[in-house]
Write a protein that binds this ligand. Structure first.
Ligand code: AMP
Ligand code: MG
Length: 345
């Protein structure tokens, strides 16, 4: 792909204006949200959206989330806003919730990865909302990383991956949440969570007053990675409903192993493994999270993986978190980062 200069922008009005002009003429702009940084293009322009796949090296069957700046704009993307959709957006937008809904014909199939449904979110971030508003179009934006790498939670992470491959980046504060939005499929009567995030099944159930399901593959642990980056499954049915969930993801350059078990035993096992690898001349990174503070784990996780990569760590040992609340979402990312390499202690 053609190399270009990536313009560094701030969050002032004139910067947002410049960024919006780039979006309107079919260019690519990375921008901060409360979850992770997104790489945006005009979501209604198939040619512009196609450039995102190219810049990221993203498989073209992995659909993108389309971002809007007002709840009413959901109607630009889908014909019928159901009572359940209304309840969820009133409760959680702007915020870290992405709804999968039937797509209007006007939504290019490039944006939806060929599907007849579209994923939509209204982010809770002033720069993101201003950019969408100024552009006057919904903005398709996956995470602003090279495909397969940990998601970016700072503007520097974006530049590390995409400098020279995108037109501009809006540099904001580090992302507040640190992991991606919860994706919930609203196309059938029983809503289903396709990707876990800060908002949980219980949060949605409470607002809807009915049962919400989890995509069963979220509870599976496939092993072995295929050459093409997709995951194989020992159990018969590993067909995640979110196309992106079948790919190897969030991977640091270092080998990564998760230790699971009682806290004290895990600490001991990690200390032992660290000693052994250090004696072999390897550089070891350790991630020990506090079970009582999964929000902090979410905030730090991707940044930590990227920091280890920068310092040339050979192997990362991580303690598993309790899979409660946002801890479930952190562990979903962590299992993928480690290619499902887990040691039970
Ligand atoms: P990211 O691009 O990193 O924000 O990831 C977006 C996630 O949403 C990926 O896992 C996609 O597969 C999923 N997704 C986007 N659109 C759809 C859709 N129409 N149906 C199901 N999953 C979707
Ligand atoms: Mg991503």
């Amino acid at each position: 792909m053609e190399k270009r200069e990536t313009i560094i922008l701030g969050t002032e009005e004139k910067d947002i204006e410049t960024a919006a002009q780039i979006i309107c003429r079919g260019g690519l702009v990375a921008f901060p949200t409360e979850t992770v940084y997104g790489l945006g293009a005009n979501g209604l322009d198939g040619e512009a959206a196609a450039k995102i796949y190219e810049a990221k090296g993203r498989p073209s069957d992995n659909p993108m989330i389309v971002h809007i700046s007002s709840k009413n704009d959901l109607m630009v993307l889908t014909e019928t806003v159901t009572d359940d959709m209304r309840k969820l957006m009133d409760a959680f937008w702007p915020g870290p919730m992405t709804m999968v809904v039937p797509a209007r014909d006007a939504v290019p199939r490039v944006t939806t990865g060929g599907l007849s449904t579209v994923a939509v979110r209204m982010p809770n971030h002033p720069a993101a909302l201003a950019l969408i508003e100024k552009s006057g179009v919904p903005i398709a934006a996956p995470s602003a990383n090279t495909s397969g790498r940990p998601s970016p939670t700072t503007g520097m992470h974006v530049l590390d991956d995409l400098n020279g491959r995108i037109d501009a980046v809006i540099m904001g504060e580090p992302c507040q949440i640190g992991i991606e939005s919860t994706v919930i499929d609203m196309t059938s009567d029983v809503p289903m969570i396709l990707r876990p995030g800060k908002l949980t099944k219980e949060d949605f159930s409470r607002v809807l007053g009915k049962k919400v399901e989890l995509d069963p593959t979220l509870l599976m642990r496939p092993d072995l990675n295929r050459q093409d980056g997709s995951l194989t499954e020992t159990a018969e049915n590993f067909h995640p409903k979110a196309p992106g969930m079948k790919y190897k993801h969030y991977a640091p350059k270092a080998e990564m192993i998760i230790f699971e078990g009682e806290a004290e035993k895990v600490r001991m096992a990690i200390a032992e493994a660290k000693l052994e690898r250090t004696e072999q001349g390897e550089k070891v990174g350790v991630i020990l999270y506090d079970d009582n503070n999964p929000e902090e784990a979410a905030h730090d996780f991707f940044a930590q993986l990227r920091a280890f990569d920068k310092s040339g760590v050979d192997v990362i040992f991580a303690s598993a978190l309790k899979e409660d609340g946002v801890g479930f979402a952190v562990m979903n990312r962590m299992f993928k980062s480690a290619g499902y390499h887990v040691i039970e202690v």
